[in-house]
Design a protein around this ligand. Structure first.
Ligand SMILES: [Mn+2]
Length: 328
């Protein structure tokens, strides 16, 4: 196996990169390990290919990705002035332009390349490679690297491994194929460390995360005759524990893991009355479509959206949307 998917046309991306004077790689806001791993692996590939390339995001590198070599080279913040000499931007794992947090004026006159695996991707780039068959955007970067016949090394393999490990919930999702594992074999041969990834991603939590988890589990409620499960964490709990968004990563899995639950909902209050919702679904319930009815997007079985209001208001609105989803 050379590629995960042989029929993907990488040529427009390669032409775009070849024509670039300077490339800016950007991950999405509230970055996860897939967007970070994709960005970092692509960075090392670009350096190997002799391209002038920089990495800059709105948000800082999450704790669990700081072990990846090159993560220290990523700058962050609203100030994009240091990037003015970049003429080509590559967005990785962002389903919509708004997920990048960039002003549209920054993009004007530049070539925007969009590489992503979200089915809901709006194809906002000048060049778009969007393919929902991939289990992770990191796996797309693997295929792109293969298309250059670039030998994989540890600095490329480790971030791709982190991306795939996390976006497949540790190889437990239906998006995982035999070829996913064949790719992982190649990543390990190239030096990706399973142990380091496990330690940094799954065994590096601050104790306060469990104070937050206790609260989250207290809020766990089952609705729709056992078909939906809900967890809600208000802003004050993040304030009280000093924890951030990344520290409640995975909480939704507790809701999903209850027998009989088909739709899991996690409500996180990002700032007072601003709620970030995550959904996890199970065949045949399409939570990507559910999120879309609420102005969000994502994958068929993993999606999200943002809503404003009190917890009660938001829960009522979402309850009705989940009811509709469960009736399809
Ligand atoms: Mn992803």
């Amino acid at each position: 196996m050379k590629f995960l998917y042989e029929d993907v046309n990488w040529q427009p991306v390669k032409d775009g990169l070849a024509q670039a004077k300077k490339i800016h790689l950007i991950a999405h806001v509230s970055p996860d390990s897939d967007t970070m791993g994709s960005q970092i692996a692509l960075y090392h590939a670009c350096v190997s290919l002799g391209f002038d390339v920089v990495m800059h995001n709105i948000d800082p590198v999450p704790r669990i990705c700081r072990y990846l070599q090159g993560s220290n080279l990523i700058t962050h913040g609203e100030d994009f002035s240091i990037l003015e000499d970049c003429d080509t931007i590559v967005a990785v794992d962002a389903g919509a332009f708004s997920r990048l947090g960039m002003r549209s004026s920054y993009v004007e006159g530049k070539t925007l390349i969009n590489i992503d695996h979200h089915a809901s991707n709006t194809r906002y780039g000048d060049i778009n490679v969007v393919d929902a068959r991939y289990c992770a955007t990191g796996a797309m970067i693997y295929d792109l690297i293969q298309s250059y016949n670039l030998p994989l090394n540890e600095v490329m393999a480790s971030p791709i491994y982190a991306a795939v490990l996390t976006d497949t919930a540790s190889f437990r999702l239906g998006t995982v194929t035999a070829d996913t594992h064949r790719m992982v074999a190649k990543l390990l041969e190239a030096g990706a460390s399973i142990e380091q990834a496990s330690r940094e991603i799954y065994q590096s939590f601050p104790k306060q995360r469990f104070d937050l988890l206790k609260y989250a589990l207290d809020s766990l409620a089952v609705k729709h005759d056992g078909l939906s499960a809900w967890i809600a964490v208000p802003y004050v709990m993040y304030e009280k524990t000093g924890m951030g968004a990344e520290d409640s990563e995975g909480f939704i899995d507790y809701a999903r893991s209850i027998a009989g639950v088909c739709v899991a909902v996690f409500l996180r209050e990002e700032s007072p009355n601003m709620w970030k919702l995550s959904f996890r679904g199970q065949y045949p319930y399409d939570v990507g479509a559910l999120a879309a009815t609420l102005g969000g997007g994502g994958h068929k079985y993993a999606s999200g959206c943002c809503l404003k209001g009190s917890l009660e208001q938001v829960q009522t609105q979402v309850f009705d949307a989940v009811s509709a989803c469960l009736q399809t």
